[in-house]
Design a protein around this ligand. Sequence first.
Ligand SMILES: Cc1cc2nc3c(=O)[nH]c(=O)nc-3n(C[C@H](O)[C@H](O)[C@H](O)COP(=O)(O)OP(=O)(O)OC[C@H]3O[C@@H](n4cnc5c(N)ncnc54)[C@H](O)[C@@H]3O)c2cc1C
Length: 524
Amino acid sequence: MKTLETDVVVIGGGATGSGVLRDVALRGYRAILVERVDMGQGTTGRFHGLLHSGGRYVVTDPRSATECSHETAIITRIAADAVEQTGGLFVTTPADDPEYADKFHAACLAADVPVQEIAVGEALRREPRLNPAISRAFAVNDGSVDAWKLIWGNVHSAMECGAQVLTYHWVTQVLREDDRVCGVVCRDDAHGGEVRIEADFVINAGGVWAGHIADMAGCPDVQVVPGRGVMVAMNHRLVNTVVNRCDPPGDGDIIVPIHTVCVIGTTDTKVDSPDDLPIPRNEVQQMLDAGEVLVPGFRNSRALHAWAGARPLVKDARVAADDTRHMSRGMAAIDHRERDGVSGFLTITGGKATTFRLMAQVVVDQMCEQRGDTRPCRTADEVMPMAREGRTYTVGHRLADREQDRLDDPIICECELVTRSMIERHLTETPTASFDDIRRQKRLGMGPCQGGFCSLRATGIGHQIGALDAERASERLQTFLSNRWIGLHTILHGDQVHQTALDKWIFDGLLDVEHLPRTREGAA
Ligand SMILES: Cc1cc2nc3c(=O)[nH]c(=O)nc-3n(C[C@H](O)[C@H](O)[C@H](O)COP(=O)(O)OP(=O)(O)OC[C@H]3O[C@@H](n4cnc5c(N)ncnc54)[C@H](O)[C@@H]3O)c2cc1C
């Protein structure tokens, strides 16, 4: 078995784990992050995309609201390229309790969440598609954030300090020497075999899987409740500002504009397993109906894709065991030396993507305290490599960039302006990458055609440059198409039926994709 040695192992490649990796690396520790699949394939890659102003939780969970408000300001500075400063509105629709608006306003002031009441006419001027029957409107600092850019920003920053990332490394054992955790064993799903990593400290940032990882370390009863939420992406930006209903948190009460689309969400239901997340048709319909309340005519747009994620909610004694909607969104940093008498092992879970940096700071401070080190946290001051230009994302950026290179670098995905060189570089640098890995990092197939045209072009490029032999290329295409299908079948009505039928004719009728030769592993 291959053996590596380091100061700190971080388990989990979501916002929290990548934030922890960056924090330990910036404090000068040697660190390795292990992720069982691709970076951001857990909850962080399936969330709603809202960089919270704090407004959503200001009445029900003011502490989380204050944390969100402060962290949003920091993230906008240190990870500018991942953030779109859309601003946010909380609006009272005819379906909302009119008395909530005053409570909301007072709670924002008390929790240090910047807020300004604006005239209804001004709100409608900013967002012409908003329901004209709204009676109050408040402007807040909501934004939208690209989860994968945020995660990779953390990773690149950590790598500059010597950290390593091992994706497709599934932790199967947490190693113990008496009362001390001393490393992990991972199964290497990319290359086969096992890897043993010896370390002074292991930090469990396994999100909704954190309880299972703590069990492996012999620290039982870390109770993380999976709260499943369904979201639906629409085929264009019906709003350019994040719009929220000014009402206690409920289902389908937020629309977030992200890149070229907008996303309505979400539901909140306790599930037994975070690895089995159905997307019930009735919840998709519920989201589309909820969209109508904020933007009349919402249903006339084309629903592009539906997906579900599982919130890592720490069991909350104040509410019923299955009431995930009302469980706290606060973080849990668990020192297992104090709790279980096991040193060298810490768990950080709960929280929100918006508070990932603070969560990392809290847990790495705990580690420094156990080690007797005084190395201050630098993550709020150091700007991430890709954000050093200081410009936040705007929807026109990609087009402006493509204007520069359009003559020598053909566009492969027209919806998301992904170029040939982006795909070539990715496949050359990471020959084991699936097309879903490229989707997460480059947005291949995320736009209105959902991969209808670009996925087959990417397959051809992979084969043409010699990164993939014919069988592997066809297998990558088939896997990509079947993964896309999971998010399509629950939204098949109206215009989406036409788009999907067109795609199906191209793939099955013209290319006979189903019968392309596959590798032996892929066929199994
Ligand atoms: C429907 C929904 C909407 C949301 N909307 C928002 C929002 O708009 N704004 C916001 O701020 N927050 C939002 N959240 C919350 C936010 O997404 C999560 O709090 C956050 O992404 C959790 O990040 P994480 O890194 O802790 O967990 P994850 O992203 O899940 O990362 C944990 C990682 O651990 C890995 N892992 C697990 N077991 C192992 C193992 N044995 N070996 C190796 N790796 C392992 C997993 O593969 C996973 O990638 C939403 C959540 C949901 C479900």
